[in-house]
Design a protein around this ligand. Structure first.
Ligand code: F3S
Length: 294
């Protein structure tokens, strides 16, 4: 069995930056909190929990003096920044710079009189935070059907969640332009997402089986799995090596592996070595025993 790792897989710039900021905060020897899990990977969150980092759902849960609050890559609203300051918390802003760019664009469009449209998942914290930077006045479009809910407006400004599937973005923009030819569209899908999606698609079309590694709550990992499935290649999304089922690998000759932007290298390595182990065991079981000469 050949195992092929996608050209771009695993931690992206924004996640590495956030984890470095959290590591730096740990050196301050102060109580550290993150507002929501720092990244969408339960194993990494668990690792930092063991080192004393607590996850809170809102700032009122923080009752320690000198506490530090770390804002995650998805970003938070301007109101949360104000509340943290009012509560006397030290802020470490780990919002990914690419997410900040979308927040700024949405705010700028609103100020220029545009009806802002965000292409993305309305329940995702990144989309909710982007919307908060344009006074929660944006309309969220998650698929082509959502376009039917948009009414005529002569100034439409469209941005995208950073992890939106590129093909879905292209289809939505095409339909939107037919309905509203004047709409201004800004592809704000981040580079790391585009690279990972492109590499996953290329790999999926060249192998018998794809294994996609990453948190089940990770939007970009789920999209990688979706893209591979859409190519028509059998695809499994797992979080950890222990979820691998040897039966999946039985008939596969070439297996592709990719991982979401919040998946650490050590999990990818564990999955690869478990796959090698399964493949070797399978080979040994099927080797014909050599008989002696008569
Ligand atoms: Fe940032 Fe893109 Fe990663 S938005 S957090 S570099 S997936």
């Amino acid at each position: 069995m050949n195992l092929i790792l996608a050209e771009h897989a695993g931690f992206c710039f924004g996640v590495k930056r956030a984890l470095n900021l959290l590591e730096g905060a740990l050196n301050q020897k102060k109580p550290i909190y993150t507002l929501g899990p720092l990244i969408h990977n339960p194993q990494v969150v668990e690792y930092f929990k063991k080192r004393g980092v607590k996850v809170v759902e809102n700032l009122s849960q923080i009752n320690k003096q000198n506490a530090v609050i770390v804002f995650r890559t998805h970003g938070v609203s301007p109101e949360i920044f104000s509340e943290a300051r009012e509560r006397g918390l030290s802020i470490i802003d780990a919002t990914c710079p690419f997410v900040k760019r979308v927040q700024k664009k949405a705010r700028q469009l609103l100020r220029q009189g545009y009806q802002v449209i965000i292409v993305g998942d309305p329940l995702h914290p990144e989309v909710q935070a982007i919307n908060s930077w344009c006074e929660n006045k944006a309309k969220i479009v998650n698929n082509q059907a959502d376009l039917n809910n948009l009414h005529f407006c002569d100034k439409l400004g469209v941005v995208s969640q950073t992890t939106t599937n590129k093909d879905i973005w292209a289809k939505i923009v095409e339909d939107l332009k037919q309905k509203f030819p004047e709409a201004k569209t800004f592809n704000t899908i981040c580079n790391a997402t585009s690279q990972r999606q492109k590499a996953a698609k290329e790999l999926a079309s060249a192998v018998d089986l794809m294994i996609v590694i990453g948190g089940y709550n990770s939007s970009n990992t789920r999209k990688l799995a979706e893209l591979c499935k859409n190519i028509g290649t059998k695809t499994y999304h797992i979080e950890e090596a222990k979820e691998l089922d040897p039966a999946w690998l039985k008939k596969a000759k070439n297996v592709g592996i990719t991982a979401g932007a919040s998946t650490p290298d050590w999990i990818i390595k564990e999955v690869i070595s478990k796959m090698k182990e399964i493949s070797e065991k399978d080979l040994m079981e099927h080797e014909t025993p050599q008989g002696g000469e008569n």
